[in-house]
Design a protein around this ligand. Structure first.
Ligand code: ACO
Length: 431
């Protein structure tokens, strides 16, 4: 890391100037440190949507959007997808290094032995209407963990922070499965600790008390891979939300619950649900052309869901892996889903259309993931919940990194005020 060069900025109207150092990370463009700008010149910077703004230093994940590169702690996503598993990736995100055998076994043991929900927490679900969206239930249930683990949590204590991470990664699948089962009127299934993480989750989702569940191992392998690909993505909207909430000193469960609500939006993690609904609406490959025309029409708010990304302007490396997996999983599970044909036609049509080419709009991670979730029997409304289970390891790794960084301050953006100038109060009779 070097902080050598200086950018000089002069405000000619006031003749005040500022010398702004350039900060470089290990990879990626150098950033202009504007921390003293207001003091020196009396000006703020304006960057709605943070198109040019780095909000933090972080050593967890690196993205090169032009080259389609994604690294977790330096390891290319393609290698992790091929060789690792979700729990190992979670360990890597949290600790910075891949675990040796003993470290992995210790981590898996800890996760496995914190999978149960507090029995009282089960009652929470009874308060929801039967058709409540599972993301609403998930956000509420995760926030409620603050009430169950509040007394023994000191966010300044590294051991307490680690325990919160273990609890969140361990309990997320249990809570997620409970949301699903409540919505369909099935009894909540306790976690079976003789199973590994993803298989245990699938059992909690689909096993009924009256008969044993036979799972195709392809399903667990596919879900594990999807979890790896969704585990972290640097300072995206939900992770930035977790950090903003975390910057106030809020507890990790409240911070992650805020991340879940940010993830829910269709411009972010909610896109996987929106993609599938859109593919169903399009219905057949013949209607693809019409959908592409609508997406290009500036008088129509319709967008191709699962297309475009703030950072990736070449391709999304996760989408490339998921696309390949999608064909494989459907073949191995013997699923013949006509939506795959619609998706492929849509991708083909968009990729050769000038509108999408000029704007560098490519399929993103969510474009094909929904077709795989559907093949695994996961209902559409649970898709974003799947994303949230995986992203929990990234969110909590960022929350911990934030607390380990000396000099962290509360996040407090400024604004350009465009409201009324100062004016005097008028009594009601004179308005
Ligand atoms: N369909 C049609 N046009 C699009 C799409 C799309 N999916 N995405 C962007 N555009 C167009 C915009 O209209 C805009 O056109 P203009 O320059 O003529 O005004 C241009 O491309 C740039 O789009 P922005 O909205 O400025 O790009 P931004 O970086 O702010 O948004 C986003 C990125 C939110 C992902 C956007 O591409 C989108 O809405 N995609 C669909 C939703 C989606 O798939 N979200 C998941 C993202 S991945 C994730 O969060 C896990």
């Amino acid at each position: 890391m070097s902080d050598s060069k200086i950018v000089k900025l002069l405000d000619e109207s006031s003749n005040r100037s500022s010398e702004l150092p350039l900060i470089s990370g290990t990879l990626g463009p150098a950033c202009i440190d504007i921390g003293t700008l207001y003091k020196d010149t009396g000006h703020f910077t304006y960057d709605p949507g943070y198109g040019s703004t780095a909000s933090t230093k972080s050593a967890i994940t690196y993205i090169d959007g032009d080259q389609g590169v994604l690294l977790y702690r330096g390891y290319p996503i393609e290698q992790l997808a091929e060789k690792s598993n979700f729990l190992e990736v979670s360990y890597l995100l949290l600790n910075g290094e891949l675990p040796n055998k003993t470290q992995f076994e210790g981590f898996e043991h800890e996760i496995t032995h914190h999978t149960m929900m507090h029995e009282a927490q089960k009652n929470f679900f009874q308060g929801f209407h039967h058709d409540a969206h599972p993301m609403a239930m998930l956000a509420a249930a995760v926030a409620s963990l603050s009430a169950f683990y509040h007394d023994d949590l000191d966010v300044e204590n590294p051991a307490d922070r680690k325990m919160a991470a273990i609890r969140l990664i361990a309990k997320m699948p249990t809570i997620a499965a409970a949301c699903f089962r409540y919505s369909i009127g099935w009894p909540v299934r306790y976690p079976r600790n003789n199973l590994e993480y993803v298989t245990r989750f699938l059992h909690m989702m689909f096993e009924v008390p009256s008969e044993p569940l036979t799972l195709n191992p392809v399903a667990a392998k596919a879900l594990d891979l999807l979890f790896i690909l969704h585990a972290d993505h640097e300072q995206n909207a939900s992770t930035s939300t977790v950090r903003l909430v975390g910057s106030t000193g809020a507890n990790p469960y409240a911070s992650i619950a805020a991340g879940i609500t940010a993830l829910w939006g269709p411009a972010h993690g909610g896109a996987n649900e929106a993609v599938l609904k859109q593919l169903e609406e399009i219905g057949t490959p013949d209607n693809v052309e019409k959908a592409v025309l609508r997406a290009k029409d500036k008088n129509d708010s319709f967008r191709l869901m699962g297309f475009g990304h703030r950072v990736y302007k070449n391709f999304d490396p996760r989408a490339k892996i998921i696309r390949e997996m999608c064909h494989k999983v459907l073949a191995e599970l013997g699923v013949n889903d006509p939506l795959l044909e619609v998706a492929m036609k849509l991708e083909e049509a968009a990729l050769k259309d000038d509108y999408f080419v000029e704007r560098k709009l490519y399929p993103n991670v969510d474009f094909y993931s929904g077709i795989i979730y559907k093949a695994l029997g996961i209902p559409t409304e649970m898709f974003t919940v799947m994303f949230a289970i995986a992203r929990t390891s990234g969110w909590i790794a960022h929350w911990i990194e934030q607390h380990e960084t000396p000099g962290s301050r509360i996040g407090r953006p400024r604004q350009i005020y465009t409201g009324a100038d100062v004016r005097d109060y008028t009594p009601t009779a004179k308005r």
